[in-house]
Design a protein around this ligand. Structure first.
Ligand code: 1GP
Length: 247
């Protein structure tokens, strides 16, 4: 488990080179098997860098099935983006080991991590410690409700920066600014720029990125990995354009 794995290296290259990556987020609750196969094949063809898999609340026990379907349909790296320790599965390549550092809920800062650490220690997964920050996206999201935390205000880039720096100083290897799935407005370019310019770990952002132009703005502002879920779920025809915009 220790050391730097391939997926983290890829994100570091993005940070060092200024060439951002595109991650497609699939929610195991939302896509059926045929849709997952299409998603995987089209992602491969469009040059998607990572498939992220997870959701803040899973209503059905489909994670293992989704992993198998995606695995069989493409060769892209699969990264778990778990809403809870129940969303850990060793068939993925890597796991974002999230600490919700924008909140003050001890369970999500360290409690659930303690529960899952012994399992992860023995698993082949690349475990990537991630400082996860919820940013106000204009409406309450499932994550803010489920986590009992208050997001960082949309127009307070300094708070996001201070939080990201604290995460980095604590040894977390990624920073993730998330406006939440389906956010009315994504994290602002100003906030992304402010954080990206000052931290030395790769920066991910997602939530409410509905158009190629918004994806381009996020990458241009300094996001090393741009994560999109809903928009592609709604219209897979946007995929190529989204990936091209991030490049
Ligand atoms: C990943 O929560 C986001 O960070 C995904 O958000 O579904 O709105 O793209 P969307």
């Amino acid at each position: 488990m220790a050391g730097v794995g391939k997926i983290y290296q890829r994100m570091q290259v993005a940070k060092d080179s200024g060439h951002s990556c595109f991650a497609l987020l699939a929610d195991p609750d939302k896509a059926n098997e045929a849709q997952l196969v299409t998603l995987a094949r089209q992602s491969d063809a469009a040059g998607v860098d990572f498939l992220f898999l997870g959701g803040s609340l899973l209503m059905a026990d489909r994670l293992a099935l989704c992993l198998k379907v995606l695995r069989d349909a493409c060769s892209l790296p699969i990264v778990l983006f778990p809403g809870s320790p129940m969303q850990i599965n060793h068939q993925a390549d890597a796991l974002l080991f999230l600490s919700l550092i924008s909140g003050r809920n001890p369970e999500l800062l360290i409690g659930q991590q303690v529960v899952s650490a012994p399992y992860l220690h023995r698993s082949p997964l690349e475990v990537i410690g991630t400082g996860y920050m919820l940013i106000d996206g204009g409406q309450p999201t499932t994550v803010s409700y489920m986590s009992h935390t208050t997001p960082i205000p949309h127009d307070k880039p300094d708070i996001a920066l201070a939080t990201a720096l604290a995460g980095e100083m604590l040894g977390l290897r990624l920073a993730y600014l998330d406006a939440g799935s389906g956010a009315q407005r994504p994290v602002s370019a100003e906030m992304i720029r402010r954080v990206s310019n000052e931290i030395s770990v790769p920066l991910l952002t997602g939530g409410g990125i509905r158009t190629p132009e918004l994806a381009r703005q996020a990458a241009h502002a300094g996001a090393d990995v741009v994560v999109v879920g809903n928009a592609i779920e709604r219209d897979i025809g946007l995929l190529r354009e989204m990936v091209a915009a991030v490049r």
